[in-house]
Ligand binder design. Structure first.
Ligand SMILES: *Cc1c(COP(=O)(O)O)cnc(C)c1O
Length: 455
């Protein structure tokens, strides 16, 4: 193959038939999630009232390394997969770096982000189990859009709580969800107890993923034949996303290279886990020397500045207690444009891997993220999602380091989504109106002190 190949694609039959369950290979398994009431380790059955049964089992599966992708899900993957692995010649040139930069382009999915990889799986399992309605929360609207489409594919009704700031900043994501037939409510809303409580205490609150999760779970629990779905954080979501890294492994082989570094932006960890885990497998099993870098916003720095402890996944404390790096479930992130990264915690698998030194994290300020996004757009012709800009910024930092040292490192990053529905954010950047948000140690400590030790 020519060494100037730009894009690497797999044939349909080469699309993986199995997801990779890293929990089975981890030396130190994630600590168990705890029941919020009894504080006892959770059993899959405890999750059945909220999630469908199959994903509940997947969530706690620490033994099966490979989990088969159901045929109907794989058939739908073929509508947009394989996604291209792209050699970023344009970006390399713009940076004048000796590094070889590759990105996996998940923005080509019908909804513009990686989120569909798990939405299709979750909607399929719900349909299989006779569930008729699904509910969820969404920040920037990426997950909501993915779930709305997946629900339509598998004949389910979808109700989505969208974080109010995003509902207002990103009206076209709401239109997309509605186009696919979902019912969309801005959160906090007066339609749930969790929403009413927070609106009573803070009438102007612009919402957070944590609050919207509480509202969606409450709806699932009070609506017959309805289940809740989550687009990030949980282990089964990262499992479904490993299709990204499994494809990328084959595609890197086509390119005749192997990554020295794998980079992804970090909200709850699903696109990071998705691209990283299949490569990390070789680090865990064979000690292969690869760096894994999670890029999180400086205004929501759970991995770089949070604490590893049990915490709730949502604002109101309805979810199980999860052992994770957290800023506290009461943490209200600044209104950055990367709505999908405004979450207080990190998934339990990633948290354990971080604790055990298999990966690292960097924090990126808002302006640096958009500087990176602009450069990438001009060099590669793809306008990245504000979330993905964080991965690009981390990649640029590493590529610049290579320029200093003259090293030809191979960098692989995940382009989790495009920014074509986020142009209002770019408008703000271009008008010079975007700002960085500073968080002091005292801000961070105050939240953690407030929640104390939960288990
Ligand atoms: C949701 C989202 C993220 C963050 O979620 P993860 O679970 O951390 O991947 C990142 N990028 C895009 C485009 C998203 O939609």
């Amino acid at each position: 193959m020519s060494n100037k190949t730009k894009r690497f694609l797999l044939q349909e039959e080469e699309i993986p038939h199995y997801w990779y369950n890293i929990q089975a290979d981890m030396k130190n398994k994630p600590l168990p999630p705890l029941h919020p009431g009894t504080r006892q380790p959770l059993k899959a059955e405890d999750l059945f009232p909220i999630f469908c049964q199959e994903v509940s089992r997947q969530e706690l599966n620490q033994t099966d390394t490979w989990i088969e992708i159901p045929e109907p899900v794989r058939d739908r993957y073929k509508y947009y997969r394989s996604t291209p692995l792209v050699r970023a010649y344009g970006l390399e040139k713009a940076l004048d770096t000796p590094a070889h930069i590759y990105f996996k382009n998940e923005s080509v999915s019908p909804v513009g982000s990686h989120k569909l990889n798990s939405a299709l799986a979750q909607a399929y399992y719900c349909q299989e189990e006779g569930i008729t309605n699904i509910t969820t929360e969404t920040g920037a609207g990426q997950w909501g859009a993915a779930l709305a489409y997946a629900a339509k594919v598998f004949g389910l009704e979808a109700a989505v709580y969208q974080v109010k700031i995003s509902y207002e900043q990103k009206p076209y994501r709401r239109s997309i969800m509605q186009t696919f037939g979902a019912q969309v409510t801005p959160s906090p809303s007066m339609s749930t107890r969790a929403g009413k409580d927070i609106l009573t205490a803070h009438p102007t609150y612009q919402g957070s993923l944590g609050t919207a999760i509480s509202e969606a779970i409450e709806l699932a629990q009070t609506t017959p034949n309805c289940r809740y779905t989550l687009g990030s954080v949980l282990s089964h979501v990262a499992l479904h996303q490993t299709i990204i890294g499994l494809e990328a492994e084959k595609q890197m082989e086509m390119a005749g290279e192997y990554p020295d570094m794998v980079i992804a932006c970090f909200g709850g960890g699903s696109n990071f886990g998705g691209i990283a885990f299949p490569f990390m497998r070789h680090k865990i099993l064979n000690g292969k020397n690869i760096r894994f870098i999670a890029a999180e916003p400086a205004s929501c720095p759970k991995l770089t500045r949070g604490k590893f402890q049990y915490d709730f996944g949502d604002e109101a404390g309805y979810t199980p207690l999860l052992p994770m790096y957290t800023l506290g479930h009461n943490f209200a992130p600044a209104n950055i444009h990367a709505g999908g990264l405004r979450y207080h915690g990190a998934g339990t698998i990633v948290s354990q891997l971080m604790k055990d030194g298999y990966m690292e994290a960097v924090d990126i300020r808002q302006l640096e993220s958009f500087d990176a996004g602009m450069l990438f757009a001009q060099a590669e012709g793809i306008i990245p999602a504000p979330e993905s800009c964080h991965a690009i910024a981390a990649t640029i930092r590493e590529a610049n380091r290579c320029k200093e040292t003259g090293e030809e490192k191979v960098i692989l990053f995940n382009l989790s989504g495009h920014g074509l529905i986020d142009m209002a954010s770019y408008d703000q950047y271009l008008a010079g109106n975007l700002m960085n948000y500073e968080l002091t140690e005292a801000d961070i400590q105050k939240n953690l002190d407030e929640i104390g030790t939960l288990a």
